[in-house]
Design a protein around this ligand. Structure first.
Ligand code: NAD
Length: 323
């Protein structure tokens, strides 16, 4: 009989946190889920609400509102706590306030004796993940952020539609900052094992229309821009984004708890890979029970390496701004 329980402690029971929790319950990802929030009453209400769905769930799960002491034996501490941007507030000021929020979280989590893996979703996620690593003193492999996991899912969905291919057979990544400087290294975008750039060229050749290839390349550029603007568009329409990120976090959680060795574009600390050091950025990584087992270095073109370096510079500047 199994005695070890897969335990997740969730800090931040807002829209993102609860979309994730709801997804964990529906996909039966863990056995125990602790909800922690500065607003204790909210955490309690959310636990009650989820528990009332248990009779309809595929398997049992222990769900309760708890305290940081409950992180002690958790496999994963997932952080989606944060404060919202005030009108007229700069991104840097928001970052400073979220850094203060993280100081009030990471210290009691580590004091509890927690020895698992941190997963961070709070924005700006790459910088908040780095702050988590610094404050916790954990080995960087055990601290990961959602990075460009969601952006990559958006890209594969859009490319699948354009190329009429199941998105699961589209292997393309958004890398760098989860934000304005993120980009798609098109030299590494594939359908099965065929480069997408090559497919565009081939189709243009077949039609005999020289303009065709340019149209295809322009379309790829449009898709990249759509991915970059997706969050702005959703926020404009419904004030916040939460279902997609909740599912991305669930996918990462499964990779960790299931010791899957799955490749996902999380925010991980670069240690020389891609010519970068110490900065956290979204890159394809092999994820398993120990966190980031390995960063996969894609053979980027020189131009793509420059874009990646520029994205990392932005992240470094933001991090230095909160010191
Ligand atoms: P929200 O305002 O609905 O929830 C935030 C929660 O954090 C609230 O319940 C609040 O009480 C709690 N909180 C605030 N300070 C706290 C503290 N010191 N300790 C414990 N809890 C505290 O916000 P949301 O929509 O759930 O978004 C949460 C974060 O996720 C934001 O930073 C948002 O930008 C980010 N986000 C990230 C992605 C991504 O791709 N990484 C996508 C969407 C949103």
């Amino acid at each position: 009989m199994r005695v070890d329980k897969r335990k997740v402690a969730l800090v931040g029971c807002g829209m993102v946190g609860m979309s994730y929790a709801y997804c964990l319950l529906n996909q039966t990802v863990c056995d125990e889920l602790v909800l922690i929030d500065a607003n204790e009453k909210k955490a309690m209400g959310e636990a009650m609400d989820l528990n009332h769905g248990l009779a309809f769930a595929a398997s049992n799960m222990e769900i309760y509102a708890g305290t940081y002491g409950d992180c002690r034996d958790a496999d994963l501490v997932v952080i989606c706590a944060g404060v919202a941007q005030k009108p007229g507030e700069s991104r840097l000021d928001l970052l400073k306030r979220n850094a203060a929020v993280f100081r009030s979280i990471i210290e009691p989590v580590t004091r509890s004796g927690f020895s698992g893996i941190f997963l961070v979703a709070t924005n700006p996620v790459d910088v908040m993940t780095r702050i988590t690593c610094v404050l916790s003193g954990f080995n960087s492999g055990r601290v990961l952020g959602t990075g460009t996991a969601l952006d990559t899912a958006r890209l594969r969905y859009l490319l699948g539609g354009y190329l009429h291919v199941d998105p699961r057979n589209v292997h393309a990544y958004v890398i760098g900052e989860h934000g304005d400087s993120e980009f798609v290294p098109w030299s590494q975008a594939m359908v099965a094992t065929r480069p997408i750039l090559e497919l565009c060229r081939e189709e243009a050749g077949a039609s005999g229309n020289v303009e065709e290839e340019k149209i295809s390349l322009d379309k790829l550029g449009e898709i990249e821009e759509q991915v970059r603007m997706a969050a702005y568009q959703i926020i404009d329409a419904k004030q916040a984004t939460y279902y997609g990120i909740g599912m991305a976090m669930t996918r990462i959680t499964k990779a960790v708890l299931g010791d899957e060795n799955s490749v996902l574009t999380v925010s991980a600390m670069l240690k020389g890979g891609y010519g970068q050091r110490d900065v956290f950025a979204g890159v394809p990584c092999v994820i398993n029970g120990s966190g980031v087992r390995r960063i996969l270095e894609l053979p980027l073109t020189e131009e793509e390496r420059d874009r990646f370096a520029a994205s990392c510079r932005t992240l470094q500047e933001s991090f230095e701004g909160v010191l």
